[in-house]
Design a protein around this ligand. Structure first.
Ligand code: PGA
Length: 262
């Protein structure tokens, strides 16, 4: 069932997570290169998630291209006295189609609870943004063999608050914390097991939603391991940090995704 779902829904997604990097000049060079190299991809949706101040630049440069763009966070509230926050409606104003939710670099540094993350997920959906929900375990949790329990609990918060149907047309990114920025990616077998678990869990509650859910892998993806990861059943693409700051490396990863989806 799960494997059939990923085959039926074969288009891949590759997301550049620029984190807190970039400036107007560098971004323009990078985006111009992405447009030239990636506009012809037939089987892959490329997405660039940049810091808030650059969303206007992304809108101007990407609006007539097949490349989509998004933000790396969103406020859980819709409007009001929340100094420093940015709402989902504001992201829509700048043409964002996607937003990363619950990335571990935020949830650890800014103490975001699973409940907060669930609220952000729903506010994104309400405003027509596709949430990219990050889930994943620490090294200690993996070594203790409780990674599925940990990821299952992260998903349960959303399921209990809003129901499994909210995963239809959403994106989950499996991001083992020990693999982010370390150069040590999960093996295809480790990623496959977790992706199967995630799709199976959603499918057992709502098969239709599981069919329409994309599950990405994130954590030290590079042009070499991308080739092996993207052919794994249930891996629908990747969330790319470090290698998205190098145009050639990111483009090779996107081309590997496109190749694997044919
Ligand atoms: P990385 O980051 O590719 O640099 O490991 C991935 C992520 O943070 O999602």
């Amino acid at each position: 069932m799960a494997q059939q779902a990923s085959q039926k829904n074969a288009k891949k997604i590759v997301v550049a997570n620029w984190k807190m990097h970039g400036n107007l000049k560098q971004n323009e060079v990078m985006l111009t290169d992405f447009i030239a190299t990636l506009s012809g991809l037939k089987h892959t949706q490329v997405v660039v998630c940049a810091p808030y101040p650059y969303l206007a630049q992304l809108q101007i440069l990407l609006q007539h291209t097949p490349i989509a763009w998004g933000a790396q966070n969103v406020a859980k509230n819709e409007e009001g006295p929340f100094t420093g926050e940015v709402s989902a409606a504001m992201l829509r104003d700048f043409g964002c189609a996607y937003v990363i939710i619950g990335h571990s670099e935020r949830s650890t540094a800014y103490c975001e609870s699973d409940e907060n993350i669930a609220q952000k997920f729903m506010v994104a959906k309400k405003h027509g943004l596709t949430p990219i929900l990050c889930v994943g375990e620490t090294l200690i949790e993996r070594e203790a063999g409780v990674m599925e329990m940990v990821v299952g609990k992260q998903l349960d918060t959303i399921i209990n608050m809003y129901g499994a149907e909210v995963f239809a047309d959403s994106v989950i990114s499996y991001e083992p914390i020990w693999a982010i920025g370390t150069g040590l990616a999960a093996t295809p077998a480790q990623a496959q097991a977790m992706h199967k678990f995630i799709r199976g869990k959603i499918s057992s509650l709502n098969a239709g939603a599981a069919d329409r859910l994309k599950i990405l892998y994130g954590g030290s993806v590079n042009p070499q391991n991308a080739v092996q990861l993207f052919v794994v059943p249930n891996i629908d693409g990747g969330l790319i940090g470090k290698c998205s700051l190098n145009a050639q490396a990111f483009e090779e990863i996107c081309l590997a995704a496109d190749e694997s989806a044919q």
